[in-house]
Design a binder for this molecule. Structure first.
Ligand code: CDP
Ligand code: MG
Length: 730
C-alpha cells in the first residue's frame, strides 16, 4: 500500500497519536536530545512513533533513504543560524498546548521556511501553510524541499492558482496561496485533511486570509484536533490575539541591526529618475553592499533594470565594479526569481534587486545593505458607488515604509533612502494599510462564503467587517449576474461560478461561452485579460508600434484584437524575436498561454465543452462580442455626444481609452474596465448591438428598474429600434 520509504518511516498514521486521538505528541518526546554534532545535522531517525532521534542520526535522509547531498549540509547550517531555530522548542510547545498561536517575527527570521517543518517533525500529519502571493508559495516550497533534501511535489509541495505541484497522499507539508486553501474548503468545509494550518503573512490582511480566519474560527470548536498558527511580521499584534480570543503571542524576532533612514529635502517629481540616480550615487559613493529597491509593477521594473544595466556597462570604463541587476515580480518565471537569492555574479559585483512589494515581507533576500523606497505601491481600490475596482499606484503606509526600511538591517547595519520628505512621511502616509476587505468588491467573498455553506453573511465574524454598502453592491451584482436568486441563495450558475478563481464577470463570460459556441475564443480572451498589457509602446517609437498593432486589429472590438494577438503568438511558436518586432510583450503572452491551458482544463473538468465557430467563420467575432456582453453585462455604455459615452445606470461620462482600436463611435459598447487617469476612460471595449441587451438572462435591463434619466431614455430608444426592426422583418 505504501510506496515510498519515507512513508514507512515517517508516515506513521497509526502509530502516532495525532490522527487517532486528536492529541499531538508530547513535547518531551520531540526534544529530549537536541542535535549536537554534524553531520547529525540530518533530521535524524524516526523511531516510528513520531519521535525524531537526532543522536542516532545517520548520513541518510529519513524521508528518502538517500545519502544527504552537499547542498543539504550547506543549507542546514544556514537554517540553524535563523532566530526561529533557537525558538523551535517554544514554538512546538506552544502550538501543542494551544489551539491558536500568534507568531510574530521580523522578516527573515525563518518563520515561513522553518515553522511548518518544525510542526511536521513534531508529529503533525498534514501541515498547510498559506501565502498571500503565488511567487512566495512557490519560492518557499522550493527552498524547503531543498533544505529537507527531498523532491519538490512529493513530501513537500505547493498549490497555487493554475498550478499544483503536490501529491494528494504523499505531500504532508504544503504551501498554498490563501485563495487556494479557501477553494479546498469548498469540497471540504472543515478542512479536515489538515491537522495544522499556518496562516502566514497575516499582517497583509488579504481578502482570502481574512475569510480564512473567520472560517477557521468557525471550524475550531468542531475540530478539536486542529491547531492553527497565525504568523505575521511585527505588526498589528494585538489585533490578531484579540480576534482569536486572547491567543498566546510568541515573538521570534532575531537581532536587527540599526538602519539609518535618509529622507529627501525636497519632494521628488519623477521617482523613476530619482531611483536611478540614487543607485548611481550609492554605487559611486557608498561602501560595498547590495541594494534593494521597490517599484510598483513589472513594466516599471523591467524598464529600470534596463537603465541600470546600461549604467553598469558605462561605469566599467571608469574602473568601478559592475552591477548585477535582478528583477523580482510575480509573473517572473521561477528560475529567474530564484536568482535573487544567489550571490552576485561576477563575484564582487554589487547586487541590485528591483522588486515589487513582494520583497517587503513575503520574500527575504539576505545581504541587503541599502534600501531605496520611493513610497509607492500598486493597490486595489474599490468604489462601491461606481462599482469600479482599480489597481492604482498609491502612496504606501508608514507601516509598509518601516517594513521596507527593515530589509536593510537584516545582516548588518544599513541605510534606507526614502525618496520623499520626512514631512511627507508624517503627514501624507497613512499610519497603516487598510485590509483588502475594506478596499475591494466583495462578489467573490460572497460567492465563496455561500459555497462554504455560510448563509448568514451579516454575522460572519470578519476581523474587520466590510462596509454594508459594499456588501449590498456585491449581492446586487451577483443577483444581476444570475449567481444568486431572489432569496439570496446560490443558483446552479452561481455554484459553477464559485469554482473559478477569477473575477465574477469573466467567470460568467466563460460559463456562458459554450452557449455562444465560442468557448475557445472566450478562454483565450480570459487569459489575455488576466495578464498585463501585451502591447509595448515605447515613447520614441510610438508610431511604429501603432502601425504594427494595426496588423492584429479587429476594428469593432479590443477583445477580438486580443484574441488575434494571442493566436498569432501561438502561430509563431511563442517566438520572442517576433514579439519584439511586433511590439508585443512576450513575457505577458507566455503567461497568457499558461493561464489559457489551465482555464481550458478547468472548463473541461466542469463539463463545459470547448468549441469554436472556426477561425474563418464570418460570425466569429459577433459571437465573441455577445459572449463578452453575457459576462460584462453590467458594464455597458452608450454614446452621448462627441467623444463622450455614458455608463449605464451609474451614468458616468467617460471616453474610450486612447489605446482602443474602436474608433468609429458605435452607439453602444461593452467594456472591461474603468480607468481613472487624467480623465475617465473605459478600456478594452467592444461594439454591441443594443437589442442584445434585451436578450440577456438578467433583470439588469428591465426598464422598470430605471428612473427617468439618460440611461432610461437610451434603453427606451434601443427597445423602440428593436421593435421597429422586428416589425420590419416580420
Ligand atoms: O518568513 P520569514 O520572513 O521569517 O523568513 P523566511 O522566509 O523563512 O526566510 C528565512 C531565510 O531563508 C532567509 O535568510 C532567506 O533569505 C532564506 N531563503 C532563501 O534563501 N531562499 C528562499 N527561496 C526562501 C528563503
Ligand atoms: Mg515569511
Amino acid at each position: 500500500m505504501r510506496s515510498s520509504r519515507h512513508e514507512r518511516r515517517s508516515g506513521h498514521e497509526e502509530a502516532n497519536g495525532l490522527s487517532v486521538s486528536g492529541e499531538p505528541r508530547s513535547t518531551e518526546q520531540y526534544s529530549k536530545r537536541p542535535p549536537t554534532r554534524r553531520p547529525s545535522a540530518a533530521p535524524g531517525n524516526d523511531t516510528g512513533d513520531g519521535y525524531v532521534d537526532h543522536e542516532t542520526a545517520s548520513d541518510r535522509n529519513p524521508y528518502t533513504g538517500q545519502p544527504f547531498s552537499d547542498l543539504y549540509y550547506e543549507l542546514e547550517e544556514k537554517r540553524r543560524a535563523l532566530p526561529v531555530y533557537q525558538a523551535r522548542q517554544r514554538i512546538v510547545d506552544a502550538v501543542r498546548r494551544h489551539r491558536v498561536v500568534v507568531l510574530q517575527g521580523e522578516t527573515g527570521s525563518g518563520k515561513t521556511t522553518q515553522v511548518p517543518r518544525f510542526l511536521l517533525e513534531a508529529g503533525f500529519q498534514r501541515v498547510v501553510c498559506t501565502q498571500p502571493r503565488r511567487i512566495a508559495a512557490v519560492s518557499v516550497a522550493t527552498r524547503v524541499a531543498q533544505e529537507m533534501d527531498v523532491c519538490l511535489g512529493d513530501l513537500v509541495g505547493y498549490t497555487i492558482r493554475f498550478e499544483d505541484v503536490s501529491h494528494p497522499k504523499r505531500t504532508r507539508l504544503k504551501y498554498v496561496t490563501d485563495g487556494m486553501l479557501l477553494r479546498e474548503a469548498f469540497q471540504d468545509h472543515m478542512l479536515s485533511r489538515y491537522d495544522c494550518i499556518l496562516l502566514d503573512e497575516a499582517h497583509e490582511r488579504t481578502l482570502s486570509t481574512d475569510v480564512l480566519m473567520g472560517l477557521i474560527k468557525n471550524i475550531l470548536p468542531v475540530r478539536p484536533a486542529l491547531h492553527v498558527v497565525v504568523m505575521s511580521a511585527t505588526l498589528e499584534r494585538d489585533h490578531f490575539t484579540t480576534y482569536f480570543n486572547q491567543a498566546p503571542l510568541l515573538d521570534v524576532s532575531g537581532r536587527m541591526y540599526p538602519v539609518d533612514i535618509r529622507y529627501e529635502k525636497q519632494p521628488v517629481m519623477d521617482y523613476i529618475r530619482a531611483v536611478e540616480e540614487k543607485v548611481q550615487y550609492i554605487h559611486e559613493q557608498e561602501p560595498a553592499g547590495d541594494i534593494l529597491l521597490f517599484l510598483t509593477g513589472e513594466e516599471e521594473i523591467e524598464d529600470m533594470c534596463q537603465r541600470l544595466r546600461y549604467y553598469s556597462r558605462t561605469v566599467a570604463k571608469r574602473g568601478l565594479g559592475p552591477l548585477h541587476v535582478l528583477p523580482l515580480y510575480s509573473a517572473l518565471p521561477l528560475s529567474h526569481q530564484q536568482r535573487v537569492f544567489e550571490p552576485a555574479n561576477p563575484p564582487g559585483a554589487r547586487k541590485v534587486v528591483v522588486a515589487t512589494n513582494v520583497a517587503e515581507t513575503s520574500l527575504t533576500i539576505d545581504g541587503i545593505s541599502y534600501v531605496i523606497d520611493p513610497g509607492f505601491a500598486k493597490s486595489k481600490i474599490y468604489n462601491p458607488s461606481t462599482r469600479v475596482e482599480s489597481l492604482l499606484v498609491s502612496p504606501i503606509s508608514q507601516d509598509s515604509a518601516k517594513q521596507r526600511a527593515g530589509r536593510a538591517g537584516r545582516t548588518r547595519a544599513g541605510v534606507c533612502y526614502r525618496l520623499y520628505t520626512e514631512d511627507a512621511f508624517r503627514t501624507e502616509l497613512q499610519e497603516r494599510s487598510y485590509p483588502e476587505i475594506l478596499r475591494c468588491n466583495l462578489c467573490n467573498v460572497v460567492l465563496t462564503l455561500k459555497k462554504l455553506g455560510i448563509d448568514d453573511l451579516i454575522h460572519f465574524d470578519f476581523m474587520d467587517p466590510p462596509a454594508p454598502d459594499t456588501m449590498i453592491r456585491a449581492l446586487e451584482t451577483l443577483f444581476y449576474l444570475g449567481a444568486l436568486d431572489e432569496n439570496v441563495a446560490l443558483t446552479p450558475l452561481g455554484t459553477q461560478m464559485a469554482e473559478f478563481p477569477l473575477d465574477v464577470q469573466i467567470t460568467r463570460m466563460l460559463v456562458e461561452s459554450p452557449r455562444y459556441r465560442c468557448s475557445e475564443e472566450a478562454v483565450t480572451l480570459a487569459a489575455m485579460l488576466s495578464v498585463p498589457n501585451v502591447f509595448v509602446r515605447p515613447r520614441y517609437r510610438a508610431d511604429e508600434a501603432d502601425a504594427r498593432k494595426e496588423r492584429f486589429v479587429v476594428s469593432d472590438s479590443d477583445h477580438a484584437t486580443l484574441v488575434c494577438v494571442f493566436e498569432a503568438f501561438v502561430k509563431h511558436d511563442h517566438d520572442a524575436r517576433w514579439c519584439s518586432e511586433n511590439f508585443l510583450n512576450d513575457r505577458a503572452l507566455l503567461h497568457a498561454v499558461n493561464i489559457r491551458r489551465q482555464l481550458a482544463s478547468m472548463l473541461k473538468q466542469m463539463g463545459l465543452p470547448l468549441c469554436s465557430p472556426g477561425i474563418r467563420a464570418p460570425d466569429r467575432w459577433v459571437r465573441l462580442r455577445r459572449c463578452v456582453l453575457a459576462g460584462f453585462l453590467m458594464q455597458t455604455a452608450f454614446w452621448v455626444r462627441r467623444r463622450d459615452y455614458m455608463t449605464i445606470r451609474d451614468e458616468q461620462v467617460v471616453g474610450l481609452h486612447p489605446s482602443s482600436v474602436v474608433r468609429h463611435r458605435p452607439a453602444w459598447v461593452v467594456f472591461h474596465e474603468f480607468v481613472l487617469t487624467t480623465g475617465n476612460y473605459i478600456r478594452t471595449v467592444s461594439q454591441i448591438e443594443p437589442e442584445w441587451l434585451f436578450e440577456l438572462s438578467t433583470k439588469y435591463y428591465d426598464l422598470t428598474e430605471y428612473k427617468d434619466g439618460a440611461s432610461r431614455r437610451a434603453l427606451e430608444l434601443a427597445a423602440g429600434l428593436r421593435k421597429m426592426r422586428r416589425h420590419g422583418t416580420a
